[in-house]
Design a protein around this ligand. Structure first.
Ligand code: HEC
Ligand code: HEC
Length: 458
């Protein structure tokens, strides 16, 4: 799509380029990322497929501190891009310095799993259900509506006055109304977009075409580690594959707990409910650094994880220990070399692009500002419908003369801010608009959206 930049817009673009901005004509490409054919598990619901506009809005919400009641915490405060969207600290700090009860999970690759429920204890029904919960959490973002905290309505009111949301919600959903459901959809799309399948494991598997074959790009030690990981305990492997299933490395939905029943900071309590694990991809960054401490209580490094599985605690109080981790499965008897090989293999699962690419990064500038720009809307619109307005230039009123004569019209100024939005029949009153260049986008009652038409107001 060729971009038509008029003189005036050119100036606007230049000025805006100094600030953080989202360009709706050049959306980041979330949907075009390749998913290798060996990846078959996907928890995307049919009602919320990934789209570039949706994920773009999700990215803005994800990084926006306005989503917390005192405007200090965003999703990204606890889910860091540099850590595959997990957290460096054992527990995360929320609003007013409060601490979460569990360790923040890495979000990368959470789309590719059979288990549809989210959180360590699987209390959320889906990603859509999950993403609104931190906002309403008393400690995390504080729109709980309890104990003197504001409720979700206050959040919607707070966001509704922000110009970039008026533009973005209109762009994605056809009008500027902000609802909890729309926020859920966009956030879930962004979370599901976080993947890049560019690890050494993916290279090796793509080339070998067979998970069980030795990978040409692996060392002997890494191939041994892969073999041990994939092989059941009864056949002298470590049995990890039964619960963390390659090539997605998602958790078996039937898994019970793995013998770790501690509650962080509460030695007097036990918790047998932690039966979900994030994907084992990206336990380490591409540089080899650990992406935060492991397990629900953030209590372990990788050596401690291996020690744990080598001799799984058989505590009679743990009534929900997975059967696969009892008997021989709970007492692996690994040699030092075997342990090192499994760790070496896990280190080959680190991605590259998710840590660095702009489409998953913070779109705000250091002062928390963001502009949304569009020089020509047409690039991203449906283009299913067409309309004309007359006269143009105009000053008081325009008349719709093309095939579409009624619907909802959104009027944007030249820097992409929504300045007017209303339903129209035949005519639109523009007498309140100050002189300048505007863009009109029409949405029909059946939901089709037009390209933007330029209107000059005199
Ligand atoms: C104060 C820190 C904090 C903030 C802010 C936060 N999270 Fe989390 N997140 C966590 C913790 C801790 C967990 C694990 C909680 C548990 O299992 O009890 C988690 C879990 C998740 C999960 C579940 C992943 C899985 O595989 O089951 C998703 C998805 C998620 N967060 C998304 C978000 C989104 C979206 C936001 C912003 C709307 C957000 N988080 C804000 C700390 C935070
Ligand atoms: C019976 C199923 C099961 C088996 C077998 C199993 N795990 Fe786990 N694993 C889990 C569960 C459940 C969790 C989450 C536990 C928690 O945090 O309380 C987990 C968590 C982990 C974590 C922490 C992930 C994170 O993001 O913090 C690592 C690492 C891990 N397992 C590695 C392994 C390895 C290596 C093996 C083989 C030696 C293995 N697991 C075998 C069920 C299993």
């Amino acid at each position: 799509m060729k971009k038509i930049i008029t003189g005036v817009i050119g100036v606007a673009l230049l000025a805006i380029a100094l600030f953080a901005f989202i360009d709706l004509d050049n959306l980041d490409n979330y949907t075009g990322q390749g998913i290798p054919s060996y990846i078959t598990k996907d928890n995307t619901p049919s009602f919320n497929l990934l789209s570039n506009p949706g994920a773009t809005l999700g990215r803005v919400l994800f990084y926006d501190k306005n989503l917390s009641s005192n405007s200090t915490v965003s999703c990204a405060s606890c889910h860091l891009q540099s850590m595959a969207f997990g957290d460096a600290t054992q527990l995360s700090t929320g609003l007013n310095g409060g601490s979460t009860g569990r360790h923040a999970m890495r979000l990368a690759y959470s789309r590719f799993g059979e288990e549809e429920r989210f959180f360590w204890d699987e209390r959320a029904e889906s990603a859509e259900d999950q993403v609104r919960r931190p906002i309403k959490d008393f400690v995390e973002m504080g729109f709980s509506g309890t104990n003197g905290q504001p409720g979700f309505d206050s959040l919607i009111n707070k966001l509704s006055v922000l110009p970039y949301y008026q533009t973005l919600f209109t762009f994605v959903f056809g009008d500027s109304e902000i609802t909890e459901e729309r926020m859920q959809r966009a956030l879930a799309q962004f979370v599901r977009s976080i993947y890049s399948f560019d690890s050494r494991f993916d290279e090796g598997l793509a080339a070998a075409g067979d998970l069980n074959a030795d990978f040409a790009n692996y060392t002997e030690q890494e191939n041994l580690g892969k073999h041990l990981f994939l092989t059941p305990v009864a056949e002298d492997g470590t049995g990890c594959q039964e619960c963390h299933r390659a090539p997605e490395f998602d958790i078996d939905p039937a898994s019970k707990n793995n013998g770790l029943i501690t509650v962080a900071n509460h030695p007097e309590l036990i918790d047998t409910s932690n039966t979900r694990s994030p994907s084992l991809r990206d336990l380490f960054s591409p540089m080899g650094a650990i992406n935060g401490p492991m397990m629900h209580d953030g209590s372990m490094n990788i050596n401690q994880v291996m020690t744990h599985y080598n001799e799984v605690p058989q505590d009679p109080a743990n009534t929900f220990l997975d059967d696969r981790l009892t008997g021989a499965g709970g007492s692996l008897g690994l040699t030092t070399d075997e342990t090192a090989a499994v760790i070496a293999f896990l280190r080959t699962l680190s991605s590259q692009a998710i840590y660095t690419e702009a489409r998953w990064s913070d779109p705000f500038d250091e002062n928390g500002n963001l502009d949304v720009i569009m020089s020509v809307f047409g690039a991203s619109a449906d283009k299913g419908i067409d309309f004309e307005v007359y006269p143009n230039p105009a000053s008081d009123q325009v008349r719709f003369t093309g095939p579409v004569k009624s619907g909802k019209v959104s009027v944007f100024n030249s820097s992409g801010q929504l300045v007017k939005q209303e339903t129209f029949r035949q005519t639109l009153d523009i007498s309140t608009l100050s002189p300048g260049i505007y863009y009109l986008v029409v949405r029909t009652n059946t939901g089709q959206q037009s390209e933007a038409k330029r209107l000059i107001v005199e």
